[in-house]
Design a protein around this ligand. Structure first.
Ligand code: IDP
Ligand code: MG
Length: 139
């Protein structure tokens, strides 16, 4: 059975340019329920740990530097088939390849600064949610 939660980050470029509100509105309109949310600025070490699956890739150092460059919104979202539905809403990693009307198509500035993160599996949705939120921070 497909899971009911996914984990998302509104990335530093989007927060910095005042796009968190419009992105949250799109998430809300698409029927996702926010069950946990906070604004955090990751340390370099936290970003390295969060993205450890990408360690060794060419873009890793630049990615973790970017992700710790300013505050982000982290959140847990509830929806039927949440991981897959949210990936559809955000669009492809590369905004040039993202479908029209997706969050990344609308708000990304580059492959790296692609405005939002969305978990790629139920297992990672759990891991990423646990990375940022205790049980009492979820509603
Ligand atoms: P995803 O966010 O769509 O799941 P991943 O392949 O998991 O994409 O990559 C994680 C993040 O790393 C991307 O969202 C993007 O910010 C960055 N990234 C991925 N591939 C590249 C690249 O080729 N150049 C620069 N940054 C990249
Ligand atoms: Mg990914």
């Amino acid at each position: 059975m497909n899971g009911a939660i996914t984990f998302s980050i509104i990335k530093p470029n989007a927060v910095r340019t005042g796009k968190a509100g419009p992105i949250l509105a799109m998430i809300n309109e698409a029927g996702f329920e926010v069950i946990a949310m906070k604004m955090v600025r990751m340390t370099l070490e936290q970003a390295e740990s969060f993205y450890e699956v990408h360690k060794g890739k060419s873009f890793f150092d630049s990615l973790v530097e970017f992700m710790s460059s300013g505050p982000v919104f982290v959140m847990i979202l509830r929806h039927e088939n949440a991981v897959e539905e949210f990936r559809k809403l955000i669009g492809a990693t590369d905004p040039a390849k993202a479908e029209p009307g997706t969050i990344r198509k609308l708000f990304a500035i580059s492959v790296q600064m692609n405005a939002v993160h969305g978990s790629d599996s139920d297992e990672n949705a759990q891991r990423e949610s646990d990375f940022f939120f205790t049980t009492s921070e979820r509603y």
